[in-house]
Unconditional design. Structure first.
Length: 78
């Protein structure tokens, strides 16, 4: 029996920099500047939609039409 199937629905995530769906065992490259929090995400992590991004002197914010706005402070939760 093949147990290598896809477990779906649990936590669908999208790469905020590429907009591609994040697959559990596939490493998704994050740009170095983005890893440092210097670059704003361009896609919503939850739905993969392109967000409206605004960079300001003290950070950035990005807005998904469905999931609202995130900013550089709220994204800094790791
Ligand atoms: Zn969204």
């Amino acid at each position: 029996m093949d147990i290598g199937g896809i477990i779906e629905g649990r936590e669908e995530r999208y790469n905020p920099y590429t907009g591609r769906r994040v697959v559990a065992d596939l490493a998704d490259p994050v740009p170095p500047a983005a890893a440092l929090g210097l670059e704003p995400p361009r896609y919503c992590e939850q739905c993969g939609r392109r967000m409206v991004v605004q960079v300001s002197p003290d950070g950035w914010w990005a807005k998904c039409s469905r999931h609202g706005t995130i900013d550089s402070k709220s994204a800094d939760r790791r």
